[in-house]
Design a protein around this ligand. Structure first.
Ligand code: PMP
Length: 367
């Protein structure tokens, strides 16, 4: 760690790998041999062509994306994907939504604006504490759904699917993987669309990764606006208009870091499991002081959410942690409590420091 950097547990934009930041810093004023900044360089020139091609190739290698799937760099965040998915896939039919938290609810609301959408399964009444079991899911999805939308990791509640949800073969699976893409291997093949805003595990805000299966493209209605039509990105290699050059360049650096420094997504998953276990162990070890939000079988490896005995203690926890160099621990305003986001670039030392602080805080304040 650099002495002037803190452990940033923010949910997004999240912490980025230090080697990536240092490389971007070196390149920022003048790219070697070019004399211009990546903030100034042409998106049509050879430097950026190489950057975007390499970023795509590296992401394909990391995620083992099959040839049947296109990898697109979009803008508008994951929020725009809520609309793009509905516009490109829904046709005249109805989409089924599995609502396991705040983001899934937003995706549903957007699909409702644009056409017909229904709730296939929701845990809202219980406060979004778990994902459905495979059997529950199988019973919930209608045979005529045009697609099923899931959120693989709910960033606000800290609730995640342990594996890619199983849906009937003929139903297109769409997953918002904004807060867990690249944190572990994923079976891309089983998805019709898999998308993620970059600003958690993949890079800075400003670019959204969309992985779209080829068969989806043949059903896109022709009235979909150009920039909301997946075919535009496929036909133009994500270069129909000016793309977010700098954000894609940083995504490329993160992908290289995952390949070269980390050693791939299996290794990353083990590291992420180890970090999350440090915090959940403290929660489970003091259940009268820390109350975990998610049911144990649905716990997120990325966002660890828990409550303390009172709002006052929660405020004190956030404040004291910040003084100790651990920032952004306040839970989302809609659920309160504490949320510690442990994205790929959070080092194990950060999780250890937080676990130690949690124990020490409990010792001081438990009755
Ligand atoms: N889905 C999930 C799971 C998210 O965590 C977020 C952002 N926190 C979004 C969607 C919205 O992403 P964006 O801000 O990129 O539109």
């Amino acid at each position: 760690m650099q002495p002037d950097r803190v452990f940033n547990f923010g949910a997004g934009p999240g912490t980025l790998p230090l080697p990536v930041l240092e490389r971007a810093q070196r390149d920022l004023v003048a790219l070697p041999g070019l004399g211009v900044s990546p903030l100034e360089v042409s998106h049509r020139g050879p430097w950026f062509r190489d950057v975007i091609e390499r970023a795509e190739a590296d992401l394909r290698a990391l995620l083992e994306i099959p040839a049947s799937h296109h990898l697109l760099f979009c803008q508008g965040g994951a929020t725009m994907q809520f609309a793009m998915v509905a516009m490109n896939l829904a046709g005249a039919g109805t989409s089924d939504h599995v609502v396991t938290g705040s983001w899934g609810a937003k995706a549903l609301a957007e699909a409702e604006r644009l056409g017909n959408a229904r709730v296939a399964w929701s845990d809202e009444a219980e406060g979004f504490r778990r994902v459905p079991s495979t059997e529950e899911l199988a019973g919930a999805i209608s045979s005529d759904a045009t697609f099923v939308h899931v959120t693989s990791n709910e960033t606000v509640q800290g609730v995640g699917f342990p594996h890619t949800p199983i849906v009937p073969e003929h139903v297109r699976l769409v997953a918002d993987a904004s807060s867990d893409l690249l944190s572990r291997p994923v079976d891309v093949r089983r998805h019709a669309v898999l998308y993620a805003g970059a600003q958690k595990n993949a890079g800075p805000a400003g670019v959204t990764i969309a992985i779209v299966r080829d068969d989806v493209l043949k059903d896109v209605p022709d009235q979909v606006p150009t920039m909301l039509d997946y075919r535009t990105y496929v036909d133009h290699g994500s270069l129909y208009n000016t793309p977010p050059v700098f954000a894609i360049y940083v995504v490329g650096l993160v992908a290289r870091w995952l390949l070269d420094d980390v050693g791939g997504l299996e290794v990353m998953r083990e590291r992420n499991r180890g970090k999350a276990a440090l915090l959940y162990d403290v929660v489970d070890g003091a259940p009268h002081f820390f109350r975990g939000h998610a049911d144990p079988g649905s716990r997120s490896l990325m966002n660890v959410t828990f409550r303390l005995p009172s709002d006052e203690l929660e405020g004190r926890f956030v404040e004291e942690a910040a003084k100790g160099g651990m920032i952004e621990l306040k839970g989302h305003r809609s659920v309160g409590g504490i949320r510690a986001s442990l994205y790929n670039a959070m080092p194990i030392e950060g999780a250890r420091a937080l676990a130690a602080f949690m124990r020490e805080f409990r010792d001081r304040y438990a009755d």
